[in-house]
Design a protein around this ligand. Structure first.
Ligand SMILES: *Cc1c(COP(=O)(O)O)cnc(C)c1O
Length: 392
């Protein structure tokens, strides 16, 4: 299913990218579980070497299940091409290495995913690639950070854990006519809720581990954009080797079949739970872009279809109270990650930032009373009941 770009989102989720009548007539895309693809005869090798034959060769260079998942994702994001990786971090590190050269400069926003920031600050530095960290949504600071050697601007929207929203129109105005690649990690938005490519963002990255896979059972990452930009990244992946395996590719295809339905439910649940929390006497503050109290609510309404499942909130600044709350939950599980069918809750101060000092945490705005909830597709009233009994 490639011709009809105008098909509905769920129709694409179910059918796009897959071969309608595959070799076996199986309705599902086969998991081609092999590391190598053998040649029928010497003629085939000769043709391949001359570039006269387009075929699979070796698992690290791509395989049929991966390519089907890539085609589906490209259609959902309305991108020319998609390249899959073994994890979101593999997608990020391989892409940045593929683009950047010694002497280049990258700008990244301060509330980007922690491991992405770690990579930019501690790893790129060793290759003489300079990194400037700017405050998220400080458009003046973003413009001021640009230097003659700036090659990439990297940010996310919404961000973790405060769900800050980048105003993409305003952002792209800053980079208009400049030879700088704007890359957006759109994991929290998903191609269902937001389409940054429409605003001129050059490359989109998702951790497919989250909403795209959607069932907390796989790791993957994807980079999407124009072929001229994704091709060098695909070539670099052949060197760095962070390929997605056939089984995870299949799980991703399977997870994506219900993508729109899951997102609709998760958007609904997120809004209901955020409104409930905002009215709870024990909750001091709620961060959710769907609430009028969120500082970027207007931008979010303008550029997003829904606001996703992550709801961050603050209770009293007392680790013991928070940990008590977590241990009383009986439906919501305690754990990192988000975007799956199961609701998950994390306490950033003890789960994601445990190796930071308290001062470092506070400078990033990670207070002891901060809780990040990622709602799943359970019934909203049950999620609320669970939170209610645990808070009291
Ligand atoms: C989880 C996540 C990543 C990393 O993805 P993995 O699949 O865990 O490697 C990157 N960016 C964001 C925003 C994430 O939430």
């Amino acid at each position: 299913m490639k011709k009809d770009k105008k098909s509905g989102f769920s129709t694409k989720s179910v059918h796009a990218g897959e071969i309608r009548y595959n070799e076996y007539g199986s309705i599902t895309t086969p998991i081609v579980q092999t590391s190598t693809f053998i040649f029928k005869n010497i003629e085939e090798i000769k043709k391949l070497a001359k570039g006269d034959l387009d075929r699979y060769e070796y698992g690290r260079y791509g395989h049929p299940t991966q390519f089907a998942a890539e085609r589906k994702l490209a259609e959902l994001e309305e991108a020319e091409d998609a390249v899959l990786f073994s994890s979101g971090m593999s997608a990020i590190t391989t892409s940045l290495f593929a683009i950047l050269t010694s002497g280049d400069h990258i700008i990244i926003t301060d509330d980007a995913y922690k491991r992405t920031l770690d990579f930019c600050k501690t790893c790129l530095d060793r290759y003489n690639i300079e990194c400037t960290v700017v405050k998220m949504c400080d458009y003046g600071a973003i413009e001021e950070a640009i230097k003659p050697n700036t090659r990439i601007f990297f940010s996310e929207s919404p961000t973790n854990p405060y769900l800050n929203i980048m105003d993409l129109k305003r952002l792209m105005n800053i980079f208009k006519g400049k030879d700088i690649l704007v890359i957006s990690d759109s994991t929290f938005a998903t191609p269902y809720n937001q389409k940054p490519l429409e605003y001129g963002v050059n490359l989109i990255i998702h951790s497919g581990t989250k909403y795209l896979g959607g069932h907390n059972d796989l790791l993957s990452g994807v980079v999407l954009g124009k072929k001229e930009l994704t091709t060098p990244i695909r070539e670099y992946l052949k060197i760095t080797g962070g390929v997605i395996d056939p089984n995870s590719s299949y799980l991703l295809i399977r997870g994506l079949k219900t993508f729109e339905i899951r997102m609709q439910r998760i958007n609904e649940n997120g809004q209901i739970v955020a409104e409930y929390l905002e009215n709870h006497p024990k909750v001091e503050k709620v961060y959710y872009p769907g609430l009028p109290s969120h500082p970027h609510h207007d931008v979010a309404k303008e550029q997003m279809k829904g606001f996703g499942g992550v709801v961050t909130f603050e209770v009293e600044d007392n680790t013991e109270y928070v940990l008590n709350f977590l241990s009383r939950l009986s439906i919501i599980n305690i754990g990192p990650s988000l975007g799956g069918v199961e609701s998950l809750v994390t306490h950033p101060a003890t789960i994601s930032y445990y190796n930071c000092t308290k001062e470092e945490r506070l400078s990033l705005g990670i207070k002891d009373g901060l809780i990040r909830l990622a709602v799943g597709v359970e019934n909203a009233e049950d999620i609320i009941k669970d939170i209610d009994q645990a808070l009291s």
